[in-house]
Write a protein that binds this ligand. Sequence first.
Ligand SMILES: NC(=O)c1ccc[n+]([C@@H]2O[C@H](COP(=O)([O-])OP(=O)(O)OC[C@H]3O[C@@H](n4cnc5c(N)ncnc54)[C@H](O)[C@@H]3O)[C@@H](O)[C@H]2O)c1
Length: 441
Amino acid sequence: MYDIKKRIDNRDFLIGIIGLGYVGLPLAVEFARNDFNVIGIELDKDKVDKINKGVNYIKDVDDELLKELVQKGKIRATTDYSVLKNIDSVSICVPTPLNKTKEPDISFIINVRDEIVKYLHRGMLVVLESTTYPGTTDEVLLPVFESTGMKVGEDFYLAFSPERIDPGNPIYQTKNTPKVFGGVTKQCTEIGSYLYGKIIDKVVPVSSTRAAEAVKILENTYRSINIGLANEIAIMCDKLNINVWEVIDAASTKPFGFQAFYPGPGLGGHCIPIDPLYLSWKMKLYNYNAKFITLADEINSNMPKYIVSRIGDILNEKSKSIKDSKILVLGVTYKRDIDDLRESPVIDIVSELFTRKANVFYNDPYIKEFYVVKDPSEISKDSVLLHSTEITTELLKDMDLVVITTNHSDYDYKFIVEHSDVIFDTRNATKGYNDEKIVYL
Ligand SMILES: NC(=O)c1ccc[n+]([C@@H]2O[C@H](COP(=O)([O-])OP(=O)(O)OC[C@H]3O[C@@H](n4cnc5c(N)ncnc54)[C@H](O)[C@@H]3O)[C@@H](O)[C@H]2O)c1
């Protein structure tokens, strides 16, 4: 153990990061910035080529810093797993999506496990960072690694450490977001915490991998349930003719006992809509129905349909129907100021409007084009490729309805309000404009 810590101190400790996406690349950069040599293992050849040329593709990563680290030889990328032979610590940052029946798909973790086991060697630390249900590290990784005859905590080290980054957050990034760390044994926690402590301001050790896995799911379930509550309050407030945003703002003035969550067109991204369902799936194996999770998922998943029904009501007031109306959708990413379209509820809204034969236009400064289909991995001949339209006076005036679905900071809301006929604002982005032409969620 002393020897390993000394090698970490001397930076004689080669880091591997598997999966160079939203999570893996910022982590690789953080290790390299702190003088570790890092090899990224990534299946996508295009990403590998970009990294090796010093070209960045993740918004939260600094272009110049990445270029400099690549030029200095601190980071390189490959598709070849055999580099693991020489790697001292490997962090797994691959996707953990749901399958079509909304059950956990841990096939990416399993594929990675089956590669790592070929190169597992004495002293190696393996850290799973992908969000998953409690028990994954113990039940899915450990038995396969120990089938080599090596013993965890003695011959190799294994841990779970959830990634908590919030893409687009200007204040909290990899370095200053505390890192929860749970090893299979005390030795695993100690070595892993020591290593991560070199690159992250605060490491929070917990007693097991299961506890660490549960921490991440609790955090995102908390958000999912509270957003679900805000969404349901919004639906109820509309029926009672109350502005929900005013209610939440006023409630937020209470200095204790209330934390504001806001409604919106639905949940998106690779975390909040997915992670709680990993836990509810696991609980089914114990014959336990995770009621809060199921209810929040139901309310949140229904929001795109609710938004479309409100669009129908607004047009109805103008003696128009969704069919043949010109509708401009502003913002398609799942939250503001990011370029991530994964699980965005706006895709469902636009698809539904298309199905109902509206003439749909969209603008998003971060998404130049996207396919209107339920599942972007299933692009068929019926799919329609939409291109972002420039927001001009003429375009706004020509629309029957403008819907603000994502409140990007780049938008000139004053201009949008001034030139639009009717606006449906699902994000309270036009707060303070007090114009009768604005309908709020
Ligand atoms: N994006 C977020 O905001 C966020 C935040 C916290 C946690 N997480 C969790 O982190 C994990 C990764 O998410 P992400 O957003 O970085 O995903 P991502 O899709 O951006 O990146 C994953 C990368 O892994 C690569 N990959 C897939 N299989 C591979 C394999 N077998 N070998 C090597 N590379 C492989 C993919 O090509 C991709 O580049 C998920 O479990 C997610 O839930 C994500």
